[in-house]
Every structure is written in structure tokens, then in C-alpha cells.
Design a protein around this ligand. Sequence first.
Ligand SMILES: Nc1nc2c(ncn2[C@@H]2O[C@H](COP(=O)(O)OP(=O)(O)O)[C@@H](O)[C@H]2O)c(=O)[nH]1
Ligand SMILES: [Mg+2]
Length: 298
Amino acid sequence: MSEPQPYRAGFVALAGRTNVGKSTLVNQIVGQKVAIVTPKPQTTRRRILGVRTDADAQLILIDMPGLHEAHNALNRRMLETARRCIAEAEIVVPVIEAAESLDKADRRVLTEVSELNRPVVVAINKIDLVSRSRLLPLAEQVHEVLPRAEIVPISALTGENIEELLRVIKPLLPESGPLMSVDEYTDQTERMLAEEIVREKLFLAMRQEIPYSTAVKIEDFSDDPERKLTRISAVIIVERDSHKGMVIGAGGRMLKEIGTQARLELEQILGRRVFLELHVKVEKRWTSDPRKLKELGL
Ligand SMILES: Nc1nc2c(ncn2[C@@H]2O[C@H](COP(=O)(O)OP(=O)(O)O)[C@@H](O)[C@H]2O)c(=O)[nH]1
Ligand SMILES: [Mg+2]
């Protein structure tokens, strides 16, 4: 009979440029929505933990902002956050996009990761969009930068090959009992989740560059047990008066739609009725103001 395998647990950082599907992958592995996802770059601003507890191992996944070039204080903070996340992880999983060849930004990420003295597993994501046979040249290019890393093609969206990714990662984790309570799946409070969900609906609703200069702050989050509902009041912060008008929309329709979408999802996540109130406030140049960023927890 074989020896029982020791339990393993540790921190796994998902690193990569923006929009490759890191947050989608965290949600897929955890089996719950812990991180918001949009087609827009730079959706994730903070470090978010997602926990997956299995019978043989516990993975604490670190979702983080993308590795990108920084042009303002917000971007610099996001980049610092990403680098700190990579530094604190036991295993680094660079996520890159399935394509014919390695994109410049992806190559930069792999090179940065290759300089760490840490086990690395490369996830080639979005394989639902390409045929597998065409991934060979890409895998070879990855192998040139990271000769010792295992490479696993996956689809974070459909879940394809995620079990294989976990099978490769688990033996690399240190021997340890679970680090987080087994019924926990994120380190975020309900208040933080509410903030993120409102921001997701805002990002999805707005076109062009406006999302990057908006933020959401929860001003009140209180349970009303008698009426079995949670009252949430949030402010959407924008940089310019013109942006305020666009977020509110003609006759207030845009803001109402964002509020409805956010409320419906929050009711589903929290499992109770939600009364959500949104308003919009202009804070000139908040994305360049370190003090404002700190106030917003960024
Ligand atoms: N087709 C496809 N799209 C994906 C996949 N994973 C993520 N996406 C999409 O890529 C976009 C960015 O995803 P997100 O998780 O926010 O990327 P992040 O910036 O790396 O966290 C979203 O529109 C996702 O729906 C995948 O495996 N296949
Ligand atoms: Mg993300």
C-alpha cells in the first residue's frame, strides 16, 4: 500500500499582463465569484485572495492587477501591488494568452518571473479561441524563457483543463495544514465585494476611457434584520464634471441601470434582499493624488 500523501497548502500568485484572464481563472478555481471580470484592461486594482480547499491541498490564489506600464499614481500603486503579490507567493503562475506567438507584454512578464527563484507553472489561457495544434510554437517560445517551468493550456472561461493545472500545481506547494478556514473562499468582506460589484457594472456600462478614472466607495452598509435586507449606499467617484453627466446618463437612466445590475448580483451573492443607493461625485485628479488613493484603499 502506498504511503498517505501529506497535506499541502500555500500561496499561488496569478501574474500576467492585464486582460489575460487572471480574475476569471481565480473565480473558476474557487468555484465562486471573488473577483470582478470585464473585457476592459486594468479592472483589478487590489490584491484579492481566493481559496480552494480540496481533500489533499489548499490553494490560496492571489489575484492582482496586471503587470503594465504606469503613467499615473493609480497605475503605479497597482503595479507595486502586483509586484508585492508575486513576492509573497510560494508558486507563481504567469498567465498568458493563447496566440500564434508570444506577445511583447507577455514576454516581459515571463522574463520578470524567470528572475525569481520560485516554482513556476505557465498557464496558456483562452484555448477555447484557438486550435491546440497551433499552440506548439507558443509553448516553445515560453520554454526558451522558462526552461524548467511546466506549461498547461487552459480555458479559464469554460473550465477546460483546470483540473490538470491543479494537478501540476499541488505537488509544488509546501507541506502544511490548511492556512485558512475550510469554509472561507475569500479574504474580502461583504462591503468590499459590494464595492467591486458596483465597479464591475460601472466598467461594463461605460465606454472608452472613463472607467479608468472612476472609483467606487461604500459609504454605508447596514443589515436590517427585521426587514431581512441590507442597505448599501455607494458613491461613484469621477475625475471630471463631464464624466459625471455620462455616468448619470440622460434622465438618470445610466446610473439606474448600473444600480439595478449591481443590486441583482449582490442579492444573489449575499443571499438576501439589497437596497442599493448610488450617487456620483467629482474628485478632480484623484488618480494622481496619493492621499485620495489611500482613502480609497488603493
Ligand atoms: N474566450 C475566453 N475569454 C476569456 C477567458 N478567460 C478570460 N476571458 C475574458 O477575458 C477578459 C478579461 O478577463 P479578466 O479575468 O478580467 O482578465 P484579467 O485582467 O487578467 O483579470 C474578460 O472579458 C473575460 O471574459 C478564456 O479562457 N476564454
Ligand atoms: Mg483581473
